[in-house]
Design a protein around this ligand. Sequence first.
Ligand code: GUN
Length: 290
Amino acid sequence: MQILDGKIVSQAVKHELKEKTRRLIEQNKKVPHLAAVLVGNDGASETYVASKIKNCEEIGFKSSFYRFDAATDEATVINKIQELNNDKAVDGILVQLPLPKHISEEKIINIINPAKDVDGFHPVSVGKMVQGLPGFVSATPYGIMLMLEHYKIDTAGKHAVVIGRSNIVGRPISVLLSQNTNPGNCTVTLCHSRTQNLKEICLQADIIVAALGKVAFLTADMVKENAIVIDVGITRVADTTKKSGFAIKGDVDFENVAPKCSYITPVPGGVGLMTIAALLKNTYTACVSP
Ligand code: GUN
């Protein structure tokens, strides 16, 4: 069993971006600039945005952070996004989800200029991804693909079972794995809460992507020998032994599943780190695109 190490792969991606950014500075060119918008005070969202900004700083990107309290009206957030759309200094715009209930996520995502949609959530980005055209792929599925590429995992012809059909992870990763690319060329089964015989389907999988957000959902009896398991779960669970008061848990019962796998991603230290690396890669692309 080999660990797919998000720390190693994300460091490699960030090292490359840092070098490329250094070269942009040497040539007096514009440096990538990510603008992050956070509405409300969801603890997990605050941690994620802070980490994205810290990572920008580490590799020499510029960043700006716009924070609104939970009661902010939709029009105020829309105005800020329009301002960022029009700001030539800003390359990428990230609006951290979820948004408070009175703000329409659909409206907000739709208003982002697709050329700055480094999260890849805009319908234009999703459409391009589905058609295999160049564009921004959302960060978590893109990060998973970068990880498979880094470890030179042969996915062609393999049966990939994706559990979860979210717009952010399940559906895009099912499309990417089915594409005629490397990695890719999988036969994909997309499972969800209404799927029947989930265990039997998982037992046929060469690759399982668990992206449903339920702690330790994927158990050893659902996984065949030598399967590749990608754990996208990042649920906070109370843990008094931790300084923060919580631990991050994945969707996979790692302890019992790992011994059966050829490759597996840990939580933390797996896909989560790749999500940030992929976002940074998209931001660099947005900056250097004409
Ligand atoms: N919420 C959960 N994941 C993400 C993500 O990748 N980007 C944004 N903007 N919000 C999220």
